[in-house]
Design a protein around this ligand. Structure first.
Ligand SMILES: [Zn+2]
Length: 56
């Protein structure tokens, strides 16, 4: 099993996650701040902060 380092786009902290948990279109949760992060692409890994309400 491979561990991948993810940089949270919200709190900018870094955490490790199993590569198996990186699935395109799925959400992962930052263990540091609880932000939900959307996986845009598996290879190369692209992520972005996912927001339920996109009201600004
Ligand atoms: Zn975070």
């Amino acid at each position: 099993m491979e561990e991948i380092i993810i940089f949270c786009p919200d709190c900018r902290g870094q955490f490790e996650i199993d590569s198996e948990d990186i699935v395109e279109g799925e959400l992962i949760e930052c263990p540091l701040c609880g932000a939900e992060i959307e996986v845009l692409s598996e290879s190369p890994i692209k992520i972005r902060l996912w927001s339920e309400d996109n009201t600004f």
